[in-house]
Design a protein around this ligand. Structure first.
Ligand code: DNO
Length: 394
């Protein structure tokens, strides 16, 4: 595996030197300063490549930018409305400019409105570490008491709504504000920080949208993008829905093995591939991550490794450290190394992998402006555990 670390660019409180100290050799980054939908010019990309290069020297590990995560897909493309054609052309130009800078893997997702979703960013663990958590009742509280949506009984049972009401009554104002912040753009890589009004407008835009509509729009997007990716030797890597559960009554179409099969079969190409995000996929109790890996293995262009513990309602979960959640990492990493052996003849047999998220631990708990899930120490611990497994099963 290419041991990689996500870096949010020059404003990331985690520096390139910190990344090097974690034993990673590759950097996964994105031009987060460019608004979603705008074209990335060759020179803007070059600037970032050079920024990374400038800190390399004969004396240190030379970090290399191996994966762009993400180029977010604009909601107008997902909805196939307004200026979507122009936006797709910008996307094509962006991927060819990325290839001109010798980066050949691009991660993206097709989740409507928001990227990944958590409802609590400081869930206290028994170790005193802080973790990210997704509580299903919080989502109902968010819809009912923050967005003040009606007709929740269309998608929630009365038992769920009553439990949410009970929990809501116990929540302090700060907890409610934190919930609002977490869902509406408090997470790094969120495409945008929404106001309540904007969030509701987006929900309205997706109101009559069915899974089938979103799936067709993704297939249309791929039909447009993949030939350009092929021409430029770019491997696209579609990230699963995080979490792979229905949210806010809008469609979710990258949540299961069946979803992936349908998307990959719609355009058969080396460039049409997957980000295997173990933690996202495992957050739906119905998903068998090992089966998904075995079925998709040839299409996996990028790997995220993290673990989750599903809670007793079977929908909520929190992020555990890499070795203690629902996923057996030894079993999974064995599958990954076997796949790399299969690819051995191919020069690029090492699949880029990053430890995805880590707990907020030790000194990171005292820091301001951390990116939730993306602290240095927690991810370094994750990478250390993963390296231990890789080393022992080789
Ligand atoms: C969360 C990340 C996501 C991911 C995008 C990929 O931690 O895994 O933000 O980068 O969904 O497009």
């Amino acid at each position: 595996m290419q041991l990689s670390f996500r870096w949010y660019g020059p404003n990331d409180p985690v520096s390139l030197s910190d990344i090097r100290q974690s034993n990673a050799e590759y950097v996964v980054t994105s031009l987060h300063q460019i608004p979603t939908g705008e074209k990335w010019t060759q020179s803007k990309i070059k600037e970032r490549v050079n920024l990374i290069k400038r800190q390399n020297s004969k004396l240190n590990i030379n970090l290399k930018w191996n994966v762009v995560e993400s180029i977010p897909v604009h909601n107008n493309i997902k909805l196939r409305e307004k200026n979507f054609k122009k936006l797709i052309n910008n996307y094509k130009d962006t991927i060819s400019n990325i290839a001109k800078n010798k980066i050949y893997t691009v991660c993206y997702n097709f989740m409507p409105i928001v990227d990944w979703t958590r409802t609590q960013l400081d869930f206290k663990l028994s170790t005193d570490g802080l973790a990210l958590r997704f509580n299903y009742l919080h989502i109902i509280i968010f819809e009912k008491y923050i967005l003040k949506l009606k007709n929740l009984e269309r998608r929630y049972t009365s038992k769920q709504i009553i439990s949410a009401e009970k929990l809501f009554k116990k929540m302090k104002l700060k907890e409610l504000n934190d919930l609002k912040y977490a869902v509406m753009g408090g997470l790094p890589a969120a495409e945008k920080k929404y106001s309540i009004k904007e969030f509701k407008e987006m929900l309205l835009a997706y109101k009559d949208f069915k899974d089938e509509d979103l799936r067709n729009n993704l297939k249309y997007f791929l039909k447009e993008i993949i030939p350009v990716a092929e021409e430029n030797k770019i491997k696209m890597a579609l990230h699963p829905d995080d979490p792979p559960l229905p949210l806010f009554g809008v469609p979710r179409i990258v949540s299961s093995l069946e979803d992936y099969k349908s998307i990959l079969n719609s355009y058969n190409s080396h460039s049409n591939g997957v980000t295997f995000c173990a933690g996202s996929l495992a957050s739906n109790i119905k998903n068998d991550v090992y089966e998904i890996f075995k079925n998709l293995r040839k299409k996996i262009n990028f790997i995220h490794l993290r673990n989750v513990k599903i809670e007793s309602d079977r929908r909520s979960f929190f992020e555990t450290n890499h070795l203690s959640g629902n996923i057996d990492f030894v079993k999974l990493i064995k599958l990954i190394t076997e796949e790399e052996k299969n690819r051995y003849k191919n020069k690029q047999f090492h699949i880029p992998m990053r430890p995805d998220h880590g707990h907020c631990l030790l000194d990171d708990q005292k820091k301001k402006n951390i990116n939730p899930g993306y602290t240095a120490i927690g991810r370094m611990m994750g990478l250390a555990e993963i390296r231990g497994i890789i080393k022992s099963i080789k």
